[in-house]
Design a protein around this ligand. Structure first.
Ligand SMILES: [Fe+2]
Ligand SMILES: [Fe+2]
Length: 272
């Protein structure tokens, strides 16, 4: 089974650029074309939040229109730029979308449990994991403790060293989140968005990954007084391969980098 994570699209109504320089509509189109062209064909895509920039109905309408060409099913969870209720209405045809409460899912595909956690709180940039969500996740992990599990969530439950982003990570992660997932050996990985760049952290025995955005990337600035800036570094998605009990993930860059070049000629000799 092969599937992808697409995150932090920040689409704006009318295809307006985000933050003046990020052509998020063109970036989304490139990502959709990339996901469709990927071979072997992807089984599904998880979209891990910040689908749009301001959370308006117009933005979600455009998002639905632009994601429609995607040739495989997709699942969504909200990020801090989403408006949960407007998003809920926009995806009411998705059967896991509940009429109220957090917008999250728990599915099983080919023996892999895939959980999408809603860490958003309306009106807040930072993530939260309140008691209701703790109870829900605990219940899912208990009910499926024998299934290898991959957890998607928008806000990372770890620090990255990019301080303006750490200020809006999952709040009280050590108090509220880690006690729920620690000591649960079935969790193979926690896959996040929000920070708009590729980051890997290993915490409490669990690998945590952050996926680059489909458009603009947050600047790698580890200075204590680093400002909130972004750069147009290469956009990417993560491609997951689940096979024989092993979960592998790759970054796959969505820009066009030209054709594939062979290492060997038709006689099997290295090309020199
Ligand atoms: Fe974002
Ligand atoms: Fe975010």
């Amino acid at each position: 089974m092969i599937f992808a994570q697409l995150t932090d699209i920040h689409l704006k109504a009318g295809g307006r650029f985000a933050y003046k320089y990020s052509d998020t509509l063109s970036f989304l189109r490139a990502a959709v074309a990339h996901l469709n062209a990927f071979r072997p064909q992807l089984d599904f895509v998880v979209i891990s939040g910040d689908l749009v920039d301001l959370g308006t109905r117009d933005e979600y309408e455009l998002f639905r229109q632009e994601i429609a060409p995607l040739e495989m099913p997709f699942y969504v969870i909200p990020g801090n730029h989403d408006d949960r209720d407007v998003m809920r209405a926009a995806f009411s045809d998705h059967d896991y979308v509940s009429p109220d409460g957090p917008l999250q899912f728990s599915i099983e595909r080919e023996g892999l449990r895939i959980i999408g956690l809603d860490t958003s709180v309306p009106g807040h940039p930072e993530g939260h994991f309140d008691v209701d969500r703790q109870v829900w996740l605990r219940g899912e992990l208990e009910a499926h403790h024998d299934q290898p599990t991959l957890v998607f969530m928008h806000h990372p439950p770890v620090r990255t060293g990019i301080l303006h982003m750490d200020a809006m990570m999952l709040m009280r992660a050590d108090e509220d989140f880690w006690p729920v997932v620690s000591g649960q050996p079935q969790i193979l990985q926690i896959a996040c968005g929000h920070v708009h760049r590729a980051i890997e952290v290993f915490k409490n025995g669990i690998p945590v990954s952050i996926c680059p955005a489909s458009g603009h990337q947050v600047t790698l600035d580890l200075e204590p007084d680093g400002e909130a800036t972004f750069m147009l570094e290469p956009p990417a998605v993560r491609i997951f391969r689940w096979r024989d009990g092993e979960l592998v993930n790759h970054l796959s860059f969505t820009d066009n980098y030209g054709p594939r070049h062979p290492f060997f000629d038709k006689y099997g000799k290295p090309i020199d």
